[in-house]
Design a protein around this ligand. Structure first.
Ligand code: AQP
Length: 340
C-alpha cells in the first residue's frame, strides 16, 4: 500500500509558510488517493514532529517540550485528524536513530559536503570548528525517517527537493550494498504552493526561527498582529499592482499568499488588483490571512487549554508508529546481519 511520510520541526509555532507550503497539503492528502504505478490507491499518512532534527540547533529542554506540544496542537487545529493520520514524535520511536546509524555507515562524506544547506555555512569563520556533526548528518536522519516507514510518497516543498534526492540516492545505495530490494523508492509529491517569503526581506524564505518577528506570520498571531505585520511588509514604490517576483519580490509575495489562500493564481489576483495602492493590496491580503488563520488560532487555543489531551493523542499514535517502525527495523537488521 502507498504510504506518505512528512515531518515538521518543533521549533516554534508553525508560520504561514509551513501552513501553505506543507500543512495544508497534508490535510488535503487525508481525503485524497494517490497514484502508484498505474493505479490509484488509498494510503496511510505518517506525520512526524521531528524533535530529533530540532536538536541540530541547541535547544532549551523545557522550550523544546513545550513547542513540541504546541506544534501538535497547531497541526490538529489546521485539520490533521489523528485518527486518519499517524501524528507522532520522532523521539518516541527509537528506530529512527538506529536506522540513522546504519545509513551513516554507508554514506560517503562527499555526498553530505555537497548539500547546499551545509555548503552555505561560513567555513572560513572562526566558529566553523564548532559546527555540529548533527547538522552535517541531518540529511541522513531524514533518509532514515523515510526508509523506516517504507514511505512511497514524500510531500516536499522547493527547499526540500535536494534532501529527498539525497534520500533516494541513499536508498539505492543501501539496496545495492546489501543486495536487497527491501525498500520502495519514494516519489516526491511536489507541493503546489511555492515558497512563502519573509515579510521583511522577500528574498529569504519565511521561517519560524528568523530573529525578526515581523518577518513571519505565525498560526498563533492575533488579528491585530497579522494586520500590523502585513502593513509593515516590505514592498516597493512602483504604482499599480503587478506580479513580478524578480523585480517586485515584496508585492509578488503578498500576491502569492493571497492566491494560495483564495484558490486563485497570483497573476489573476494581480489583474483584479491592478489599480490598487500598496495599502489597498495589504488590506486585502490581511483580510484573507485573518479569515483563514483566525479559526485555526481559536481552535489551537482551545486545544492548548488541555495539554494532557494532546499528550494522550500523541502517545496513542506513537504505539502505531512504533509498531510499523519496529517491524521494518527488524527487516533492516536482518538484512544487514544484526540481531533482530
Ligand atoms: N517559507 C516557506 N514556504 C513554504 N514552505 C515552507 N516550509 C518551511 N518554510 C516554508 C515547509 O514546512 C515544512 C516543515 O518545515 P520544518 O519545520 O521541518 O523546517 P523548515 O523548512 O526549516 O521550516 P522553518 O519554518 O524555516 O523552521 P526553522 O526556522 O526551524 O528552520 C517543510 O516541508 C518545509 O518545506
Amino acid at each position: 500500500a502507498a504510504r506518505v511520510f512528512s515531518g515538521i520541526q518543533p521549533t516554534g509555532v508553525p508560520q504561514l509558510g509551513n501552513y501553505l507550503g506543507s500543512i495544508k497539503n497534508w490535510v488535503a492528502l487525508q481525503t485524497q488517493q494517490l497514484q502508484q504505478g498505474r493505479s490509484i490507491t488509498p494510503h496511510e499518512q505518517f506525520i512526524s514532529i521531528v524533535d530529533l532534527h530540532a536538536l541540530t540547533v541547541p535547544r532549551d529542554p523545557e522550550k523544546l517540550r513545550k513547542e513540541t506540544i504546541e506544534t501538535a496542537a497547531s497541526l490538529i487545529a489546521c485539520g490533521i485528524d489523528p485518527s486518519r493520520s499517524v501524528l507522532f514524535r520522532q523521539s518516541a520511536v527509537p528506530a529512527h536513530t538506529q536506522v540513522h546509524w546504519v545509513l551513516s555507515c554507508i554514506t560517503p562524506v562527499g555526498w553530505l559536503n555537497r548539500m547546499t544547506q551545509w555548503k552555505t555555512l561560513n567555513f572560513r569563520s572562526a566558529a566553523a570548528q564548532n559546527l555540529l556533526t548533527g547538522l552535517f548528518t541531518y540529511p541522513v536522519l531524514m533518509a532514515a525517517d523515510i526508509l523506516l516507514y517504507r514511505a512511497t510518497h514524500v510531500p516536499v516543498g522547493e527547499d526540500q527537493i535536494q534532501h529527498l534526492e539525497f534520500a533516494r540516492d541513499l536508498l539505492v545505495h543501501f539496496n545495492k550494498t546489501y543486495k536487497t530490494k527491501l525498500f520502495p523508492m519514494p516519489t516526491p509529491l511536489l507541493t503546489e504552493s511555492r515558497r512563502v517569503m519573509s515579510l521583511r526581506d522577500p528574498l529569504r524564505k519565511m521561517s519560524k526561527s528568523d530573529p525578526q518577528e515581523y518577518s513571519r506570520i505565525t498560526l498563533a498571531d492575533t488579528e491585530d498582529q497579522i494586520v500590523l505585520k502585513i502593513r509593515k511588509a516590505s514592498t516597493d514604490s512602483i504604482s499599480g499592482i503587478t506580479f513580478d517576483p524578480e523585480s517586485r519580490p515584496g508585492v509578488s509575495n503578498l500576491l502569492s499568499i493571497y492566491a494560495a489562500l483564495c484558490s486563485t493564481s497570483p497573476k489573476a489576483a494581480a489583474d483584479v488588483m491592478s489599480n490598487f495602492t500598496n495599502a489597498q493590496l495589504k488590506n486585502t491580503v490581511a483580510e484573507a490571512v485573518v479569515n483563514s488563520l483566525s479559526p485555526i488560532r481559536q481552535q489551537m487555543c482551545r486545544l492548548l487549554e488541555d495539554r494532557g489531551y494532546i499528550e494522550s493523542i500523541l502517545r496513542k499514535n506513537e504505539v502505531k508508529a512504533r509498531e510499523v517502525a519496529e517491524q521494518n527495523w527488524k527487516s533492516i537488521a536482518k538484512c544487514i546481519g544484526l540481531s533482530y
